[in-house]
Design a protein around this ligand. Structure first.
Ligand SMILES: [Zn+2]
Length: 398
C-alpha cells in the first residue's frame, strides 16, 4: 500500500517527491562526508568458521568492506563475543583470544583497507587514509576470568569497551536476561573491574546488564559510560534489555551515550508480542507430544511453524523514532547507533538490512528535522567524545 500512496503523491504533487529526492541525495552525501561509528557488529558469527575474505561484496550476512564503503561506515566496533556458558567451562579467555586473532588476520589480509584503532586519534587518522577502522569491543566480561590483570592484557590487545555481562549473570554482575539475581547488581569483583577499566581507558558498556547492575556502575564510574547496543524501553514495556527513560536520563547526566540498536524485537512491542505468542505455541505443541525442545521432531516443527507464521519486521523509521525519543530524554549529545548487524539473524528492519543502508537512517533523521551537525553527533561524534573523555581520565594512571 505504501508504494501506491507514494505514486499517488508523486502524481498529485511532484514537488513533494522532488523534495524527497533531494533529502535522499543529501543523506547519501552526508553518509560519505561524516564519520560513521557503529558500536556493535558481530563479524565473527558468519566468518570465523570459513575465514572468508571480507573485502568482496557478499549476499550473505550484513557486513563486508564493499558494503561498508557503500553505506559510508568508517568504524564498526567488532564484537569479541563469548557465550555465557563458556564461563562455566573456563574457556572464555581463550575464546576471546581466538576472536581477536581473527580480526588481526582480517587486517593482515586487507592492510590497505583496514586497521585496528587503539585510540580516537587512530579513528580520525584511518578515516583520512581511507581505511575502515575495526575497533574491538568485548561483549561479555567473562574472559577477565576473575583476574584484574586480564583487563590490562585485553587492553594491550586492543579492547576499548567491555560489555560487563551477556545472557546470564557472570562473575562481574547480574544480566538483564537472567531470571535469577545472583549479586543484586555488580559483584564485589565487578566493582573492581569498573575501577580498573576507568584507569586503563576502556569504556564501560552497560548493554545487557540488569537495572541494578546499571545503577551500581553509575555510582562507581569516574567517567561516562556507554550502552553499546540498547534501545528505548518506552516502546517495549517490560523488556529490561532496553533502557527506561530514567536510565537514559541518568546515563546522559553521567555524560554517556545510548547507542540505539536495530533488531526488530528491540524496536516494537507488537513484534515482541508476536514472537512470544509464536514461542508459546511451539512450546505447547512440543510438550503435548512429549518431546524435548532439542529433539529432531521438535526442531523440525519449530522451523516449519516459524516459516508459516512470520512476525514481520520493524522499519528504518522505527530506529529513527527510538533515536528521536532518546534525544528528547537525554539531549542531542548522548545518543548514537549500535546496530548488532550480523548478530540478530533475520530480524533487521526494512531499509536497514545491512551496512550499505545507513543513508536510509540519515534520510529518516533529516525528515525529522535533524541538522547535519546533529546527525554527525549521532552517527559518531557523541561516541568519540565519550571515548576521548575515557582516554583523558586514564592518562592520570599511565
Ligand atoms: Zn548483544
Amino acid at each position: 500500500m505504501k508504494w501506491l500512496l507514494l505514486l499517488l503523491l508523486t502524481i498529485i504533487n511532484p514537488e513533494i517527491s522532488m523534495e524527497d529526492k533531494m533529502l535522499r541525495k543529501k543523506a547519501v552525501e552526508l553518509a560519505k562526508k561524516i564519520i560513521i561509528v557503529d558500536t556493535h557488529i558481530d563479524l565473527h558469527y558468519r566468518l570465523i568458521s570459513k575465514r572468508d575474505d571480507i573485502a568482496d561484496r557478499s549476499d550473505e550476512g550484513n557486513f563486508d568492506l564493499a558494503r561498508a564503503v557503500e553505506g559510508g561506515l568508517n568504524a564498526p566496533f567488532i564484537s569479541i563475543f563469548t557465550s555465557a556458558r563458556y564461563e562455566a567451562e573456563g574457556i572464555s579467555k581463550s575464546k576471546a583470544d581466538e576472536l581477536i586473532d581473527f580480526v588481526e588476520y582480517v587486517v593482515k589480509t586487507d592492510p590497505d583497507k583496514t586497521a585496528i584503532p587503539k585510540s580516537v586519534n587512530d579513528i580520525y587518522h584511518n578515516f583520512a587514509m581511507g581505511k575502515i577502522s575495526l575497533p574491538l569491543g568485548m561483549e561479555n566480561g567473562s574472559p577477565i576470568e576473575s583476574d584484574l590483570k586480564n583487563i590490562d592484557y585485553f587492553y594491550d590487545r586492543g579492547i576499548r569497551y567491555i560489555t560487563l555481562t551477556h545472557g546470564s549473570n557472570n562473575h562481574i554482575g547480574d544480566s538483564s536476561y537472567d531470571d535469577e539475581e545472583k549479586w543484586g547488581g555488580l559483584s564485589p569483583f565487578g566493582k573492581e573491574v569498573v575501577k580498573r577499566m576507568n584507569e586503563l581507558g576502556i569504556m564501560v558498556d552497560i548493554s545487557h546488564v540488569s537495572d541494578k547492575t546499571f545503577w551500581d556502575v553509575l555510582k562507581i564510574t569516574k567517567v561516562p559510560v556507554i550502552a553499546s547496543h540498547s534501545s528505548c524501553r518506552e516502546f517495549t514495556p517490560g523488556f529490561e534489555r532496553n533502557m527506561s527513560d530514567g536510565m537514559i536520563k541518568a546515563l546522559a547526566e553521567n555524560g554517556g551515550t545510548i547507542q540505539i540498536t536495530f533488531g526488530s524485537s528491540f524496536l516494537r512491542k507488537d513484534i515482541r508480542d508476536k514472537i512470544k505468542a509464536r514461542n508459546d505455541n511451539i512450546t505447547y505443541y512440543v510438550r503435548e507430544h512429549g518431546w524435548m525442545m532439542n529433539d529432531d521432531k521438535a526442531r523440525e516443527y519449530s522451523r516449519k511453524y516459524r516459516n508459516e507464521n512470520p512476525v514481520g519486521y520493524a522499519d528504518v523509521s522505527d530506529v529513527a523514532k527510538h533515536i528521536d525519543h532518546a534525544v528528547k530524554i537525554a539531549g542531542i549529545d548522548h545518543v548514537g547507533i549500535g546496530s548488532d548487524f550480523d548478530g540478530v539473524g533475520d530480524s533487521l528492519p526494512t531499509g536497514l538490512k545491512d551496512v550499505s543502508q545507513y543513508p536510509n537512517l540519515i534520510y529518516e533523521l533529516l525528515k525529522l528535522g535533524y541538522s547535519e551537525e546533529e546527525i554527525e553527533k549521532i552517527m559518531s561524534g557523541n561516541l568519540l567524545r565519550v571515548w576521548r573523555e575515557v582516554e583523558e581520565y586514564a592518562k592520570k594512571f599511565k
